[in-house]
Design a protein. Structure first.
Lengths: 507, 169
């Protein structure tokens, strides 16, 4: 598929533009809703604040990628710095830089939505056809190539402990197993939205603007009548505004981005629900070094997972977590270790022998894990998110699980990624260490690559932000089509669920 | 009063990973003549912190004054609220009375052993501000070292693999 044509907003002279449908954001949600609108014969435009970089522009260099392709140069955090948040800010949004793990929405999550949030229309049966369609669109298939050592060691440890695991389906076509998915795939194998939905949308006539920051929605009575857009590079200074008029407005700026834009636009929000219940899958990290080389920077990043620690029962009280591994490159490892001097140096020196596991905690399923609140101050967007004692208890358990798996896999040394973390040589010493470590915010390193919620779907305007078709409750022609629609986190990687949900809503 | 502002934000966390790209930019290679944001006294604090933090780290082609210039240049491009927060933190560390509050000493920056003591104090502190300073500097300094290719050999990273052209394109 030919990659889409893009127009840099820096080169747009017209003060006013007009379309039938405008879509804000070019991630999985925005890309697919733009395509569906094009298929209906409408005049469509997509506005993406990130640069219009495509396959030929990706260079497998960490610093370049973080600076160009991530929100806030990969340095976004929660308001108090408790969680580092990775989100895409480029053509294709998160789909351009994600690790290609492609999971359907877990049954327990759908059941929770049905029973606690009255979303009875979202069930395995009603979503089945949509999952099939979007899997075909983005090339989801079983990964047949053997996992790299980073993933294989996760499998080995789990196997030794008798814990279930499986391999991860990926959305790639012709993948060269390089391991640089997080920097934009340089071969075009990854089926991100700019290689799939946006490419098709563009061939059907969609106009795709990059470097185009949507400052706000302009509202008259109960309708949006235009967007105020300016070049991204001008956002920090005085920016001349362009007006973009349309009949229908689709917000797909991602979780944090979408509620942030709506709050900035002062849309009616009588129940103060906008931006609330934003979820992160707060993620803990445990590192290990092995005698044999691991080379965790090469090979498909995520190919093995375990859901053995995710609850199976709606009434389970304890927070659950999914186990996966992260790709490890020098800059990511160096900045993740909250250490200095010799301690930092020693771990860095062992990079090629390092393996790491991540535990992604489900949030939003329990009253003590209520998610965060998106705030706007002086036009800037923030996420206020509290890591509650309940979640901290889950973090502790997750570290114990990961350490045990790593020792079972034959690790020489294991270290929790923590301000006071020390590498230790035995499972007993690791257990002792974890039982004495504080799991408080800013002590333990917590990261997130899965931001969800903040504009939850629901039947009752008092308890939700959009109706069950994803239309904003209080504005006639404003629709939301991204991960912010989820009423809880998913308990699994979100891209495929976002696509299936958008496909379902677009019918 | 100003100190209270520090309690709210993430200090310098949000700057971190974008820093190293500046090393590759022509702006940096042509050597920026002056520091725009970090004034004399504040630049000294930064340099002392950077040197103490990265002691024992692999040697690199960049000296600390070059890293300082890069850090100064990055302040040009970050969100204004983050820039203000970082500058406030550095100002407080360069001003004797507030420095005493944050470090227990009025000028620990003149000696490397004193600076290291401050870092140890921050590392083990249970107070929020020192913990944020510790975490913020930890990722900022790590990024300045490990963002460039000059650090790869020291950590055994061979660099990116060859791409077979044409397969999926
Ligand atoms: C490093 C990383 C690895 C990941 N790995 C996986 C994985 O393996 N599997 C998986 O399922 N998920 C993964 N994810 C998560 C997944 O990519 C996201 O959940 C998904 O992309 C979210 O889709 P979205 O449509 O909601 O929004 P996004 O993909 O976030 O897209 C929103 C877009 O809107 C743009 N935007 C925001 N505000 C504005 C504005 N005001 N004006 C104009 N444009 C704006 C943004 O720049 C962005 O491009 C990963 C994420 C990251 C960061
Ligand atoms: S492993 Fe390499 S080729 Fe495959 S999708 Fe990722 S970056 Fe592209």
């Amino acid at each position: 598929m030919k990659e889409p044509q893009v127009i840099s907003f820096n080169e747009v002279d017209q003060k006013e533009l007009e379309f039938d449908v405008v879509v804000i954001g070019s991630g999985p949600g925005g890309g697919l809703s733009a395509l569906r609108a094009c298929e209906r014969g409408l005049k469509v435009a997509v506005f993406e604040m990130g640069p219009g970089l495509k396959t030929k522009d990706f260079v497998m260099d960490e610093a370049t990628a973080y600076q160009n392709l991530y929100q806030e140069a990969a340095g976004r955090t929660t308001l108090g710095g408790e969680v580092t948040i990775l989100q895409g800010r480029t053509l294709g949004g998160g789909s351009a830089i994600n690790w290609t793990s492609s999971f359907e929405t877990p049954d327990l999550t759908l059941r929770t939505w049905q029973e606690k949030y009255s979303l009875t229309h979202l069930n395995r049966e009603s979503l089945k056809g949509h999952f099939e369609k979007v899997k075909e669109l983005i090339g989801v298939a079983t990964w047949e190539i053997p996992p790299n050592a980073n993933n294989e060691l996760l499998a080995q440890g789990l196997k030794k402990l008798g814990v279930s695991y499986a391999s991860i389906p990926r959305n790639v076509r012709g993948c060269q197993n390089l391991g640089y998915c997080g920097f934009g795939c340089p071969t075009g194998a990854k089926q991100s939205s700019f290689r799939t939905s946006l490419a098709r949308g563009s061939s059907l006539g969609a106009s795709i603007y990059c470097d185009a920051f949507v400052k706000k929605l302009l509202i008259k009575k109960d309708k949006v009548y235009a967007l105020e857009v300016c070049p991204r590079t001008a956002v920090l200074g005085e920016a001349p505004n362009n007006k973009v008029k349309a009949k229908t407005f689709i917000c797909a700026a991602g979780a944090i981005g979408t509620p942030g834009l709506l709050l900035r636009s002062l849309v009616p929000d009588p129940h103060n629900s906008l931006g609330k219940r934003t979820f992160l899958h707060p993620t803990t990290i445990c590192g290990a070094t092995f005698k044999e080389e691991v080379a965790p920077f090469y090979g498909a990043p995520q190919t093995i997972y375990s859901d053995a620690f995710i609850p199976r029962d709606l009434n389970e009280r304890r927070p659950g977590y999914k186990l996966e591994v992260p790709p490890i490159h020098p800059l990511l490892l160096a900045t993740s270790l909250p250490l200095k001097g010799k301690q930092h140096r020693e771990l860095m020196k062992r990079l090629a022998y390092t393996q790491a596991i991540i535990a992604l905690q489900r949030d939003g399923f329990h009253q003590e894990s209520p998610g965060g609140q998106v705030l706007v101050k002086k036009g800037q967007v923030f996420l206020d998110y509290q890591l509650t004692p309940y979640m901290q208890e889950g973090f502790k358990r997750s570290l114990l699980t990961m350490g045990e798996v790593q020792f079972a896999a034959g690790a020489e040394e294991v270290f929790p990624v923590h301000r006071h973390g020390e590498k230790v040589k035995s499972w007993q010493a690791f257990k002792n260490q974890i039982s004495n470590l504080s799991m408080a915010p800013l002590d333990l390193k917590v990261v997130s690559a899965h931001v969800m919620g903040g504009c939850a779907m629901g039947k009752e305007p008092k308890e939700s932000v959009t109706d069950i078709k994803g239309r904003y409750h209080h504005l006639e022609n404003l629709y939301i089509r991204d991960g912010s629609l989820f009423p809880t986190s998913l308990g699994t990687n979100p891209m495929l669920s976002i696509l299936a949900l958008v496909d379902h809503l677009e019918v | 009063m100003k100190r209270r502002a520090l309690l709210k934000g993430a200090i310098i966390g949000p700057l971190v990973l974008g820093v190293p790209l500046l090393y590759q930019s022509p702006l940096f290679q042509n050597s920026v003549p002056d520091l725009r944001h970090l004034k004399d006294k504040e630049a000294k604090v930064f340099e002392a912190l950077l040197n103490a933090w990265t002691e024992d780290w692999p040697s690199s082609n960049l000296d600390s004054s070059q890293r300082l210039k890069a850090l100064d240049a990055v302040l040009e491009v970050v969100r204004p609220d983050k820039r203000a927060e970082l500058l406030l933190a550095i100002k407080l560390l360069a001003f004797a009375p507030s420095c005493f509050f944050l470090t227990g000493s009025i000028n620990p920056w003149a000696s490397s052993s004193e600076t290291k003591k401050v870092l140890d104090l921050w590392k083990t502190s249970s107070q929020e501000i020192p913990r944020k300073l510790y975490l913020g500097f930890s990722s900022l300094f790590a990024a300045t070292y490990y963002g460039g290719q000059d650090s790869w050999a020291g950590v055994g990273y061979p660099g990116p693999p060859e791409v077979i052209k044409g397969s999926a394109l």
